[in-house]
Design a protein around this ligand. Structure first.
Ligand code: HEM
Length: 190
């Protein structure tokens, strides 16, 4: 009687013999090896070609008009990208592969993405959008996106409606000191 180990060894050796005894199988094995090598080599090459960009210095806290926001669409000298969601401006530069020039969501760069996010449309208006005609479900979706952006990206300030004045942020102000207008979307402890 063969033991379990012997059975497994015999099975593997049979497969091995099967492969090496047929030139066609050998050729296929070679082709698979070559493709696998190419994939790994290409990935390593890409990593070498595109080193991680060092992060930009933090932008000072400030409220912005649509006009000001528009300057930060990733094509400026710094390449900084800002996106507004639910009246708040976020620095999404670290998500440049999404929002930067040529990225899948580049249409949101330097714009208010709220309506697009709520309606599954990668498009944004140049005009200020008060979002008042969104359905309750869409408004909820905008708030969820805002929470997601708050967790991932740096908050810069509020998006100003036409004629609205900027708040004065003192230089040393840190997150939380100006929070009275924030956190409408975040549920309290769950
Ligand atoms: C076929 C449709 C879509 C597919 C397959 C898709 C796929 C994805 C994937 C895989 C990610 C995560 C990428 C990562 O974290 O590495 C992502 C992120 C995202 N998607 Fe989509 N997406 C689709 C449509 C949309 C649409 C219609 C919108 C908005 C209108 C949208 C907005 C976003 C945003 C804002 C992010 C987050 C990027 C970030 O973390 O800042 N996507 N998508």
């Amino acid at each position: 009687m063969e033991t379990k180990d012997e059975e497994v060894a015999a099975f593997i050796s049979r497969i091995f013999n099967e492969i090496v005894s047929s030139p066609l199988n050998l050729a296929l094995l070679g082709a698979i090896g070559y493709v696998a090598y190419k994939i790994v080599a290409t990935q390593m090459e890409e990593r070498k070609v595109k080193p991680e960009e060092p992060p930009l210095p933090k932008l000072r806290k400030q409220d912005m008009t649509m006009e000001q926001l528009k300057q930060y669409n990733g094509t400026g000298p710094e390449g900084r990208v800002l996106v507004a969601v639910n009246g708040k401006v976020f620095d999404v530069t670290k998500g440049k592969r999404f929002y930067g020039p040529g990225g899948p969501y580049a249409a949101f760069a330097g714009r208010d993405a709220s309506r697009g996010l709520a309606t599954f449309s990668v498009a944004a208006s140049e005009e200020f959008d008060d979002l008042s005609d969104l359905t309750p479900v869409q408004k909820e979706s905008v708030k969820e996106w805002e929470t997601q952006f708050t967790e991932k990206y740096e908050y810069i300030g509020r998006l100003l409606r036409p004629g609205e004045l900027s708040r004065n942020y003192s230089d040393g102000e840190t997150e939380g000191e100006s929070s009275e207008e924030e956190d409408v979307s975040r549920p309290k402890a769950e």
